[in-house]
Ligand binder design. Structure first.
Ligand code: ATP
Ligand code: SF4
Ligand code: MG
Length: 317
C-alpha cells in the first residue's frame, strides 16, 4: 500500500532577470503506512522546498512539475482551497523545523491545542478539554505544562507541543522538517523515538534532516538529495551498515561523520541557479570519469554511472 507517491517532482523558482533556480529536479519516491523515509542532504539541496511543494506552500515565483499522489489527490495539482480545507493538518500533519516559531507566543499550549482540535475534528464544549488533553498525551506532552506559554517551555517540550498539534487531525502522512534542530543529543533521540512511535502506529513519516545519526535511528529507508536531485534511495540497514551507500556523495556524507572517517567531502555543492552539465557531483567525486558528463538516472536506487557495489555484488567480490 502506498500513502504518498511522488513522481518526477521538479520545482523551479523564477528570479529577476529571467534567472531560474532548479531547487528540486525529478524527485521520485514512495512512502507506505508505518514506514519512515529519511530525506537527507547538505543545507540548500532542496529538502524543504520539496516539503513545501507537497503542502502547497511554495511562493508565487515557483513552478512545479510532476505529481505527488496522496491517495487519489495530486497535491501538486490541488487548489489552495482544497489544500487548506482538506489536506494541511487533516491528511498531512506538519512537524515544523522551528516549533518555537510555529507556536503562537501569546497563547497557552492548551488554548492552541483546543483550537486545533475544534477546527479539525469539530469537537466542542466540555469534551474539547478532554480531547485536547488526549492530543497532548499522544505526543507525550505533560498535562501539567498545558497552561504554559511557549516561551515557558524547554526546546524538547516545545517540540512535543508542535508534534501534538501535527497529530490532532490523525493525518495518514506526517512530514517532519528538521524536527530536531537545536536540540541536544538526548532530546534528539527522544524526539526521534517519539516520531518513530507514530510511524509504528501506522502513519507514513517523511523525516527531513541533515542529522544522519537521527536518520539512522528512525528510518526504514533513506533518500539522499544532492543539488536538487535524489541520488540514492536505500534500505537504512544496508545504507548505514554493510555494504554502505552506493552513491559516492552518500558515501562521502557518512565518511565525513566524526564517528566514522571524519574526512570532509572536498569542495562545495554547485549553485542551483547555475548547475553544471552532467552529474552535479562530478567536480567533487573521486570516481568521476568521462561518461559522467551525462546526467545519471535513478536506476536501481542509485543515480550514478560508477556506483559502489550493491550487497549481492559486494558479497561476490
Ligand atoms: N522562495 C525562494 N526563491 C528562490 N529560491 C529559493 C526560495 N526558497 C528556497 N530557494 C532556494 O532553493 C534551494 C533549496 O532550499 P531548501 O530550503 O529546500 O534547502 P534545504 O535542503 O532545506 O536546506 P537546509 O538543510 O538548510 O534546511 C536553495 O538554494 C534556496 O536558496
Ligand atoms: S555519475 Fe560519475 S561523477 Fe557522478 S557520482 Fe557517479 S561516478 Fe561520481
Ligand atoms: Mg530545510
Amino acid at each position: 500500500m502506498t500513502v504518498l507517491d511522488v513522481r518526477d517532482l521538479s520545482v523551479r523558482f523564477r528570479m529577476r532577470g529571467g534567472r531560474e533556480i532548479a531547487a528540486v529536479t525529478e524527485a521520485s519516491f514512495r512512502l507506505g503506512p508505518g514506514e519512515c523515509l529519511a530525506l537527507v542532504g547538505e543545507s540548500g539541496c532542496g529538502k524543504s522546498v520539496l516539503a513545501s511543494a507537497l503542502l502547497g506552500l511554495l511562493p508565487g515565483n515557483a513552478r512545479t512539475e510532476g505529481s505527488a499522489l496522496l491517495g487519489d489527490l495530486d497535491l501538486l495539482a490541488a487548489d489552495e482551497r482544497t489544500l487548506a480545507r482538506t489536506v494541511r493538518g487533516r491528511r498531512v500533519g506538519l512537524v515544523p523545523q522551528s516549533p518555537a516559531a510555529h507556536l503562537t507566543p501569546v497563547r497557552t499550549v492548551r488554548s492552541q491545542l483546543e483550537e486545533t482540535v475544534r477546527e479539525l475534528t469539530g469537537v466542542r464544549g466540555r469534551v474539547l478539554r478532554t480531547a485536547a488533553e488526549a492530543a497532548a498525551e499522544r505526543a507525550a506532552f505533560p498535562a501539567g505544562h498545558l497552561d504554559r506559554y511557549p516561551h515557558q517551555l524547554s526546546g524538547g517540550l516545545a517540540q512535543r507541543a508542535a508534534t501534538a498539534l501535527a497529530l490532532v487531525g490523525d493525518a495518514p502522512l506526517l512530514l517532519a522538517d528538521e524536527p530536531t534542530t537545536g536540540l541536544d543529543r538526548d532530546l534528539v533521540d527522544r524526539t526521534v523515538d517519539e516520531l518513530r512511535r507514530h510511524a509504528d502506529a501506522g502513519r507514513a513519516l517523511l523525516m527531513i534532516t541533515h542529522d544522519l545519526a537521527a536518520a539512522q535511528r528512525i528510518a526504514d529507508r533513506v533518500a539522499v538529495m544532492y543539488a536538487g536531485r535524489i541520488v540514492e534511495v536505500a534500505d537504512a540497514t544496508a545504507f548505514f551498515g554493510a555494504p554502505g551507500p552506493r552513491h559516492p556523495y552518500a558515501r562521502g556524507l557518512l565518511d565525513a561523520l566524526p564517528e566514522r572517517a571524519f574526512t570532509p567531502i572536498p569542495g562545495m555543492p554547485p549553485e542551483l541557479g547555475d548547475l553544471p552539465e552532467g552529474c552535479a557531483f562530478a567536480a567533487r567525486c573521486p570516481r568521476a570519469a568521462a561518461g559522467c558528463r551525462a546526467v545519471p538516472d535513478l536506476a536501481d536506487g542509485v543515480a550514478c554511472h560508477h556506483p559502489h557495489p550493491a550487497a549481492e555484488e559486494a558479497s561476490r567480490a
